[in-house]
Design a protein around this ligand. Structure first.
Ligand code: 13P
Ligand code: SF4
Length: 309
C-alpha cells in the first residue's frame, strides 16, 4: 500500500523520481518486473548485468526491484550502501532449496570438486562456495575454474545444460525454478503448432526436454541482445512473461509470443509503483548480511565478476 495516499499513477511516478533524486537512490529492476517498474528504473537487466551495476555506481542507496537474493547480492557487492528491497517477501523458491549444510555434505562426498553456485541462492550458501555464476556466464565460469569436477548448485536444469558443453564432470544439485519447471515439452509442442514459423528461445532453467526443442537458450539479458540484432519476425519466449515488455521495447517490429500464459513468477510480481514509492519514503526494507557471511559470499561473487570478463 502507498502510505502517501497518492491515487494518480502519473503523480506516483513523479513522486518516485523526485524522491530517488533527493536521496541519490539508484533504482534497479530485473527484466521480469512489471512494465511500470521497468519503465521507472534507472537500469533493467539480468542477474549478471544488475550485479555489475550494483558493484560499481556512485549512488548513496540502491532500491532493488527483483527477488531477495538479487538485493542481497547487491548489498554484498556494495556493503557501504543502503540496499533496499521494496517487498522483503519477494523470495526465490529455488534459492531456498539448498542450504549451507547441503553444500558441506556434497563437499565431504566430493573433496576434489570445486563448488560453483548459481546466484539464485542465499548468502549463506554463497559463502560456502568457490565461485558464483549466473545463467549468462555459467559455462564460462565452469570452464575457467581450476577443477575437473564441479559441484553445481542449486539448479539441476542449468547444471544439466552446462554439462552438454563441457568435458568436466558436473555434480548437480536438486533445485529447480517452479515457474520454469511447470513449462513442459507438451506446452512447447502446442505453442509451436500454433506458430510454426516462430523461432523458439528458452531460459536454461527450463527442463532438458524443453531445451532440446529450442532454437536458442539464453539468459534474459542475452534474449534482449539477440532480439535487438536478429532479423527474425516472430519469437516464442520460453521464460517469465515480464521479459516481453523489455523485448518489445528493443525490437518493436518482432512479434513475441509467450510460450504459455502461466509463465509467471509470483514473487517478481510483488513489487508495483505504490510498493516502490512507500519503500522509498520509509527506506524499507534494508537488506542486511551478517559480516562473516558477507566476507565469504563477497569473495565468491567477486570471483565471478573477475572470471566473467
Ligand atoms: P537471468 O539472470 O537470466 O535474468 O535469470 C534470473 C532468473 O531468476 C531466471 O528465473
Ligand atoms: Fe526464482 Fe524462478 Fe522466479 Fe527466477 S523465475 S526468481 S528462478 S522463482
Amino acid at each position: 500500500m502507498d502510505v502517501s495516499g497518492i491515487q494518480n499513477p502519473l503523480d506516483v511516478t513523479a513522486a518516485i523520481k523526485k524522491l530517488a533524486r533527493e536521496k541519490k537512490a539508484l533504482i534497479l529492476a530485473h527484466n521480469y518486473q512489471i512494465a511500470e517498474v521497468q519503465d521507472i528504473a534507472d537500469h533493467t537487466g539480468d542477474s549478471l548485468e544488475l550485479a555489475r551495476i550494483a558493484a560499481k555506481n556512485d549512488a548513496d542507496m540502491i532500491v532493488f526491484c527483483g527477488v531477495y537474493f538479487m538485493a542481497e547480492s547487491a548489498s554484498i557487492l556494495s556493503p557501504e550502501k543502503k540496499v533496499i528491497i521494496p517487498d522483503p517477501e519477494a523470495g526465490c523458491p529455488m534459492a531456498d532449496m539448498v542450504g549451507p549444510e547441503d553444500v558441506m555434505e556434497m563437499k565431504a562426498i566430493h573433496p576434489d570438486a570445486q563448488v560453483v553456485t548459481y546466484i539464485n541462492s542465499s548468502a549463506a550458501v554463497k559463502a560456502c562456495s568457490d565461485v558464483i555464476c549466473t545463467s549468462s556466464n555459467a559455462l564460462k565460469i565452469v570452464e575457467r575454474i581450476d577443477a575437473d569436477k564441479i559441484i553445481f548448485l542449486p539448479d539441476k536444469n542449468l547444471g544439466s545444460y552446462v554439462q552438454r558443453f563441457t568435458k568436466k564432470t558436473i555434480i548437480p544439485g536438486k533445485g529447480f525454478c517452479p515457474t520454469h519447471e511447470k513449462f513442459t515439452r507438451e506446452d512447447l509442442i502446442a505453442v509451436k503448432r500454433m506458430h510454426p514459423d516462430a523461432l523458439v528461445m528458452v531460459h536454461p532453467e527450463c527442463r532438458p526436454e524443453v531445451v532440446d526443442m529450442a532454437d536458442k537458450v539464453f539468459s534474459t539479458g542475452q534474449m534482449v541482445e539477440f532480439a535487438a540484432r536478429t532479423g527474425v519476425k516472430k519469437i516464442i519466449v520460453g521464460t517469465e512473461t515480464g521479459l516481453i515488455h523489455k523485448l518489445s521495447s528493443v525490437a518493436p517490429e518482432i512479434e513475441f509470443i509467450p510460450a504459455t500464459g502461466s509463465f509467471i513468477c509470483p514473487n517478481m510480481k510483488k513489487i508495483n509503483l505504490d510498493v516502490l514509492h512507500t519503500s522509498l519514503i520509509e527506506e524499507q526494507t534494508v537488506v542486511t548480511v551478517d559480516p562473516l557471511v558477507r566476507e565469504g559470499a563477497g569473495r565468491a561473487l567477486e570471483r565471478m565478476l573477475e572470471l566473467s570478463y
